[in-house]
Design a protein around this ligand. Structure first.
Ligand SMILES: NC(=O)c1ccc[n+]([C@@H]2O[C@H](COP(=O)([O-])OP(=O)(O)OC[C@H]3O[C@@H](n4cnc5c(N)ncnc54)[C@H](OP(=O)(O)O)[C@@H]3O)[C@@H](O)[C@H]2O)c1
Length: 400
């Protein structure tokens, strides 16, 4: 079929979907990728050969091949063994995966950098496959959709959440169809990618984990960081008195601009006693803590009666096992959240992502992108993040 395809467009065009077995489709895709037949094939023919109505694993819909072919290989960061940032290596010959029935293939423009990427890389959160590509969020254009995908088509501008081994530190990423958000027309790819993990996490913390009430006092640790800054903004917008914690005066200023009325320099000041001083002994209704080991005890100690300790991260290390009886002082409540489990269904994802993107376009959430790195410099981004040198959001610009 490849030969007839290459030499004679007319011979191929009468083919019906049923004429193409999986093997033929794969051979044909290889031919398309080789670019030798790219200009000979019309979108109509491609759709007839790869339409969503076709049966079989490889009956996917391709993007307009008249503008760009999907290459066989791509640039991607790969982690072959867990460890430090130096384990993030750029490979230039990673096969581009094809979409399975309920996934789409996205050509990335930007990938966001998140602290969780360092956990995958270090092995704190194990990844099932090696080598794997890290990265849990990105934005770009849909270039192919699996046969059972409804509602998405090639050419759609999307932001998404994924997880390794098929991460976003790559030119192309295969994404489940229930983890895609349509990018609002007024939003660019970078802002859309930057909104996903940290924005949706902040939204889940402040509206689902402990819904902030007007007049609450709450504590946000790492309040100048990517997620903490957004938590502070949403809590302040909900009418809370937000107390932030940050490690430097420069970061304290960023936290104030995000809506923190008070900022504690927790490297110099005692976190719990400062919170009790600021709240005149009452304590806070909720602690939103992504720092983990270093701040967990202080967080518990400054909760008001029936207060909520919302632990959502381990930037300083995992919280050690502890005695449950400690929760009986003030009858406090403890939750350890994972964004993934707030968005496990397509409906949950749609609800949280649309509320988050609306908060960004509406101005309630103000993104602050402070670092842009090339894909090859992903390791530098990790070093900066783990070295506590950053505020706001870090992005990887993907070669398109
Ligand atoms: N559960 C979830 O679903 C979920 C989703 C998103 C994020 N998270 C968690 O949220 C936290 C923040 O993530 P992010 O991506 O937004 O990162 P980030 O806040 O931009 O960066 C981490 C910040 O943590 C603080 N920190 C305190 N001790 C640290 C240490 N020993 N090493 C490094 N940083 C330390 C630093 O701020 P200071 O210098 O001001 O202390 C640092 O800037 C992480 O723990 C992450 O895992 C969880």
């Amino acid at each position: 079929m490849y030969t007839s395809c290459k030499n004679n467009f007319e011979k191929l065009s009468p083919l019906r979907n049923s004429d193409l077995d999986t093997c033929s489709r794969l051979r044909m895709l290889a031919a398309i990728r080789s670019k030798s037949i790219k200009l000979l094939l019309s979108q109509r023919l491609l759709n007839s050969c790869f339409s969503r109505t076709a049966t079989g694993l490889h009956g996917f819909t391709l993007s307009a091949m008249t503008t760009r072919a999907i290459p066989a290989t791509m640039q991607a960061i790969q982690v072959s063994e867990v460890g430090g940032a130096e384990k993030l290596l750029l490979a230039r010959d990673v096969p581009v995966a094809l979409p399975t029935p309920r996934t789409v293939l996205v050509r990335n423009h930007f990938a966001g950098v998140n602290f969780i990427d360092t956990y995958h890389r270090s092995g704190l959160y194990p990844v099932s496959l090696s080598p794997f590509t890290p990265g849990v969020e990105g934005a770009g254009i849909v270039v192919a959709v699996g046969p059972d995908v409804a509602g998405w088509k090639p050419g759609d501008r999307v932001a998404y959440i994924t997880r390794p081994p098929t991460g976003s530190y790559a030119q192309y990423t295969v994404v489940p169809d229930g983890k895609l958000a349509r990018i609002p027309p007024e939003m660019d790819f970078e802002a859309a990618a930057a909104s996903m993990i940290q924005g949706m996490t902040a939204m889940s913390l402040v509206t689902l984990a402990y819904p902030v009430q007007k007049g609450d006092a709450v504590l946000v640790t790492a309040a100048a960081g990517g997620t903490g800054r957004l938590v502070a903004q949403l809590a302040a917008a909900a009418g809370a008195h937000v107390i932030g914690a940050a490690s430097t005066r420069e970061k304290a200023e960023v936290a104030r601009e995000a809506g923190c009325s008070d900022v504690i320099l927790y490297g110099e000041q005692d976190l719990a006693s400062e919170v009790m001083r600021i709240t005149e002994g009452r304590g806070v209704a909720a602690v939103y803590d992504g720092v983990g080991r270093a701040t967990f005890d202080a967080g518990l100690a400054c909760l008001q009666k029936l207060g909520f300790m919302i632990s959502f991260g381990n930037a300083s290390g995992k919280v050690p096992d502890f005695d449950i009886l400690r929760l009986s002082r003030n009858n406090v409540r403890l939750m350890r959240t994972a964004l993934w489990d707030f968005i496990s269904t397509p409906e949950e994802f749609e609800s949280l992502s649309s509320r988050t993107l609306a908060a960004v376009t509406g101005g309630t959430l103000k993104l602050l992108i402070t670092g842009r790195y090339s894909l090859a410099d992903a390791l530098v981004a990790h070093q900066d993040l783990e070295g506590r040198r950053t505020t706001g959001k870090l992005m990887l610009q993907v070669p398109v």
